[in-house]
Design a protein around this ligand. Structure first.
Ligand code: ZN
Length: 302
């Protein structure tokens, strides 16, 4: 199954949840074709920064926007052209994502310095998204600074960070900055409710509140937790069938044993044979029942 957070990842600026100010400003820039060459998106994890960066990459390179003036005025990507689809699949050669946390970005930034000068292969813009940008080394920041001083016309750099205070002021001052806010508990509950409804997940409000709270303000973490809770509390059809077969076998055994002299009563044998089967397993509850706060508590406590 596709992870919920991936399945429900926003595909347009309007889909970005709980960041109205950021969305409005970026959409206006897109409408007017005035995207900046360097952005800094900062704020807590799971607030939509990297997702927004990818949407900006799509807007910059959307083919429909280049051909359709009316569509361009919407300030959104079309999500249907070759470029939009490639970016969604992570296959666009001109959209380069660098994770500064993985090796502190020295080689990547060195490569960036050279490659950013080269025109895009088959897009309008080369877009560099640098995740966890605060983790770059001083050497990498220095290399980046040179690029930010004179970004080529065909390039857009988007720095993403949870810790803007660790970014050098010289870098910060050369970017257009957007603060992403921590989502409120109510906002996260609202989004989880929408997902549960769309996925036909039976879950009560108390359970959703617990999941939202455990996410600690990160929508992505809350969505992943909902995923876990659903998979741990829901039996698959195969498991239900297996449990049914075992119950039938147990009943037959119990019937057969009735005539024999046996220390165990039929009921006892019946219970024995069912022991550990899915539908008596306390870790699982049947699909037909509603996921309750107690179920979530039990999973969180594990
Ligand atoms: Zn498009």
């Amino acid at each position: 199954m596709l992870a919920l957070y991936r399945k429900y990842r926003p595909k347009t600026l309007s889909d970005i949840f709980g960041q109205e100010t950021v969305v409005e400003i970026l959409k206006n820039a897109a409408r007017l074709n005035r995207l900046a060459h360097a952005y800094l998106f900062y704020g807590p994890k799971g607030s939509g920064k990297t997702t927004t960066a990818r949407i900006i990459a799509k807007i910059a390179n959307c083919e429909k926007r280049q051909q359709d003036e009316e569509f361009k005025k919407l300030g959104e990507p079309c999500n249907q052209c070759r470029s939009c689809l490639e970016i969604d699949k992570g296959l666009a050669v001109d959209v380069i994502e660098i994770d500064a946390a993985s090796n502190r970005g020295i080689d990547e930034i060195r490569n960036l310095k050279e490659s950013i000068r080269v025109s895009p292969a088959n897009s309008y813009y080369k877009v560099y998204i640098i995740d966890e940008a605060h983790q770059l080394t001083r050497e990498a920041f220095n290399a980046l600074l040179k690029t930010l001083e004179e970004p080529p016309a065909h390039a857009i750099l988007i720095l993403v960070t949870t810790e803007i205070e660790k970014m050098p002021a010289t870098i910060v001052s050369r970017t257009q900055r957007f603060q992403f806010r921590k989502l409120s508990l109510n906002k996260i509950i609202e989004k989880l409710k929408n997902i549960a409804a769309a996925e036909k997940i039976k879950i009560n409000d108390g359970a959703l509140e617990l999941i939202a709270a455990a996410g600690g303000g990160s929508l992505r973490d809350a969505e992943s937790l909902l995923d876990q809770v659903v998979s741990l509390t829901t039996q698959t059809n195969a498991e239900i069938n297996q449990a049914q077969t075992n119950a039938d076998d147990a009943r037959t055994n119990a019937e057969n044993n009735k005539s024999q002299t046996n220390a165990d009563s039929p009921t006892k044998i019946f219970e024995k044979n069912l022991g550990g089967q899915a539908w008596t397993n306390p870790e699982k509850i049947p699909r037909s029942s509603v996921i309750r706060a107690e179920d979530v508590e039990r999973i969180l406590g594990q």
